[in-house]
Design a protein. Sequence first.
Lengths: 273, 132, 386
Amino acid sequence: MSMDRREFLKAAGLSAVAGLGAKGAFDLFMPGDVDASEHEGHSEHGEGHGGVAEAGPKVRLAMAIDVLQLKDHSKVDKIRAACDNAHNIPHWDSKDDEIKWIWEDEYEHVFPDTHNEYLADEVRELPFLLMCNHCDDPPCARVCPVEATFKRPDGIVAQDYHRCIGCRFCMAACPYGSRSFNWFDPRIPLKAEGRKLNPRFPTRMRGVVEKCNFCVERLAEGKKPACVEACPDVMIFGNLADPNSNIRKVLRERVSLRRKLELGTKPSVFYLV
Amino acid sequence: MYDTGKVITGLVIFVGIFTFAFWYTTGTAAPRPEPKLDTPEIQKMAKKQCIEDTQFMITTHMQLLNKLRDQALRDGNRWYVNSKGEKVWISLQNTCLKCHSNKKDFCDKCHNYAGVDPYCWDCHIDPNRSEL
Amino acid sequence: MIERALKGSPKYWGWVFFLLAVISVGFMCYLYQLKNGLGITGMSRDISWGVYIAQFTYFVGVAAGAVMLVIPKYLHHYQKYAKIVVFGEFIAIAAVTMCLLFIIVDIGQPMRMLNVLLHPTPHSMLFYDMIVLNGYLAINIIVGYNTLLADKKGLPCPGWVKPFIYLSIPWAISIHTVTAFLYAGVPGRHLWLTAVMAPRFLASAFAAGPSLLIMLLLFVQKVSKFRVDPEAIQSVAKTVCYAMIVNVFLMFMEFFTAYYSHIPGHIAPLEYLFFGLHGHDSLVGFMRFSMLAGFVGIGILLVPALRRQNGWLIAGVASVFIATLIDKGVGLVIGGFIPNPFETITEYSATMPEIMIAISIWAVGALVLTILYKLALSVREEQQIA
């Protein structure tokens, strides 16, 4: 069900045709590479509301998580491990120092604003996977004083570890608790564990904030996000701006939830229940 | 003039301490670093040439790396088109260190000589060593 | 004029060296933090700002408080403040210095601090905070130094300083408004998401800053020949009292909105701070003490018979100072993070090195203040003899 390579080609190719002109074939695998000016030209029309001809950006990457599939808890572990390994995420003993990109929690904590004491047992006990929501209107990027965190034209909320000064304003601003700060050098636990690192990705340094990046580095190479690759039946990734994408199809067919919609951040992560 | 002796002694001591680093190291110059280019990847190349010419890379690689980092990470454009019109995939770990697989004998050689400690390596890892 | 800070009694030098000793211990702790990371503090993934940012917020208020003397003196020509307004401006200089230091010790990558200038980001409130705080520091140095220099020479304040004096009034209000915007503009933190944040910040600032000034003025009269008109001090005390009443009033607005609307998100942080939430109550004692001290302070300062006796006056303004210090310098920031976005609770308690670093920043503030007050007092003593 996950976004296949053809769909990727379509999403990225569309933008290439629209504004990017002649670029190498590899560009087509880079949905991030939508020309900024082209994006801005459309953004004033607001976001798409279905239908065939949609205004707004040509690419808005999003994730739908089929929570019902997670009854098989081994999938949760598989997804978490895939992400941890892909991004060299350290495991700290103390909850205070934790670095989390994708993790599980129960309904009550994921949707505290719609807390319902008569919720179906089935939903109550499901493990919901939490991650950065890659909001369409991200408060973290709004408050960052150095634009270390910023929204890309394809909707990914990126984090530039080179520029982050570690003021943690973004952590105060994120209503989803999606951000982690490196209180200590992340290499200490990585070394202690004797972890085999992913040689294609860096670690982080002490004193910067990090979070899920929708595997922007893998997308650039034409690969799927690590969690999608691990469990394609759970994690459905695709282009929300394309009415024919897999993610739009599944959102049309299934009931989905999004976290804290009342805050107006427009999260790009959907929970299928 | 008062305290001429003290003033002059003080000046001599000051100049001595101030220039300590120069005269202490006189005659003990470290040998010029010779970064090694004999990696398997480079050996395979028909024309042994980095993404720009050698002189440019020696003097300007830091600025170039900064520029390419911003281009890849912030603008999302991971292709560098060099002065000859060739396209290069921007990645420190996966492109630069693919050829220069000998970080110790290449990067570190000059950096240690020049006494610089670029913070690249606080995060970026040498892909040829899978453990820290 | 600066050289006057170098001539002083053994007591003066003893105090200076004591402060330097405290600063050096704090500096060692800071080096330790710099080497190991902010993990040595009590902050965590859930409570990502702690005592540093809380104290920063408080001292922005103390700095802004100086305007409570500048307005009567320069806009209403209330001449009783003529001799003491500079002491308010010097508090502002010391307090802003502390604010900047609290920010520096709080950030994870201090060597990249200038990124804020390198990549100016007008959509971030922190960008404006950087501008207004540094601007306020500069304005107060210019105004304080030049008005004092003019007094020393027995000349009127030079004309070119006047625009800076008038500028300092809206500027003082801006520093604390922008600091309130840091909090009041983020979604999802119920305690902070309130339109009365900036007004309440200003009210507590106009109580805290002048109450510190009264304590210091009463103290400097003991150690110097400088005498302040008691009526001037009474006027400042009345300002403290009214500002504190407004502050408490606005706090009750918060309580009403939360508890009458019954909205759980609005109630939870207040519940945590003042009554304890799900068995977590580490700040309840402090917050209740703060509330009590606030009322005691108002009570003392409201009664003229008490306010006119120095002992009661000190008790009154000290109560207000401590009440606002706990309320804004601890509760506001920590309470904003509790409960966390998952409606669970992680508590915070500062660690020893963290407290030492904060204390040493207080010591830096005290040192700056000591030196500036030394200059001001020497000029005022000369004036009195003449």
